[in-house]
Design a protein around this ligand. Structure first.
Ligand SMILES: C[S@@+](CC[C@H](N)C(=O)[O-])C[C@H]1O[C@@H](n2cnc3c(N)ncnc32)[C@H](O)[C@@H]1O
Length: 258
């Protein structure tokens, strides 16, 4: 049954990378108890099906060519629904704290006196690493992980601070990188990262339709472009990534090869 509170509350919930069994138990309970569900484009139908039938569903992200809702509109909507006494579940793909605007949404709601809880989720980089058999850190090879995105203007990354991403013991997880991969790779090489550093792109990480495109820093952009991915893509770069299997663990092909 959808929960109702006199005051209402908002749960900012990570749905994980797609399959329902990669949600946390807390996230599952939140979705099952939602009075109103505001969901992003990357939330899978399998996860959405877990919400109560009576729950109000509002899609906020781009799907099937429709436009995304403005952040200000989403904030006001969450506030209005919470003030009606509803338990509002703001459901986001992956982990809401990783490129999920959780900081902005939390600050807005708390400034208006609405109780907020954040429920973490499995982020795309973790799902990709688990599925394709490589670690994000690795003793002696990868001492840190950086979650990053690249702002590209006129074919070049315009962000400051990329020298740290070129450190050879860093595993760099690049989000929203499908179109930025070539500029990011060029910038890393210019900052001194070895062009032969292992690099992969993983599309639809976590799901049965996941695929991996393997290469190194110098050739991954061309391989990724040739793959013509349509799903979300996370790019991972670093020595630990070189341990990736060609086939997803648990997939039919992996079992046949075992
Ligand atoms: C706005 S960010 C949201 C990230 C999300 N909060 C997370 O923790 O995974 C969207 C980007 O995340 C990455 N992403 C999200 N889900 C993915 C998936 N299942 N497979 C590969 N990449 C994914 C892609 O780089 C996509 O462009």
């Amino acid at each position: 049954m959808p929960l109702e509170h006199a005051q209402g509350q908002v749960l900012l919930v990570g749905a994980g990378p797609g399959p329902a069994d990669l949600m946390t138990v807390r996230a599952l309970r939140a979705v099952e108890g939602a009075g109103a569900l505001l969901y992003d484009a990357l939330v899978s139908d399998e996860v959405l099906a877990l919400a109560p039938r009576a729950c109000l569903r509002i899609q906020t992200g781009k799907r099937s060519g429709r436009a995304s809702m403005k952040q200000e509109t989403i904030n006001r909507l969450m506030l209005r629904l919470a003030r009606r006494g509803l338990t509002v579940v703001r459901l986001k793909g992956g982990d809401p704290s990783v490129f999920g605007r959780v900081g902005e949404e939390r600050a807005f709601l708390e400034a208006h006196g609405v109780p907020v809880e954040v429920v973490p989720g499995v982020t795309a980089a973790s799902a990709a690493a688990a599925q394709f058999g490589f670690p994000l850190t690795h003793r002696g090879a990868a001492r840190r992980v950086t979650f990053a995105t690249a702002r590209v203007e006129n074919g070049a990354v315009v962000d400051e601070g990329w020298a740290a991403n070129a450190d050879p013991t860093t595993t760099l997880a690049l989000y929203m990188a499908r179109d930025a991969c070539a500029a990011a790779a060029a910038r890393l090489i210019a900052e001194g990262r070895d062009p032969t550093t292992p690099a992969v792109a993983v599309e639809n990480a976590g799901s049965r339709s996941a695929r991996i495109i393997k290469g190194d820093l110098s050739d991954l952009p061309a391989r990724l472009a040739a793959a013509a991915c349509e799903g979300p893509v996370v790019v991972l770069i670093g020595e630990a990534v070189g341990l990736a299997h060609a086939v997803a663990a648990g997939s039919g092909e992996a079992r046949r090869r075992a």
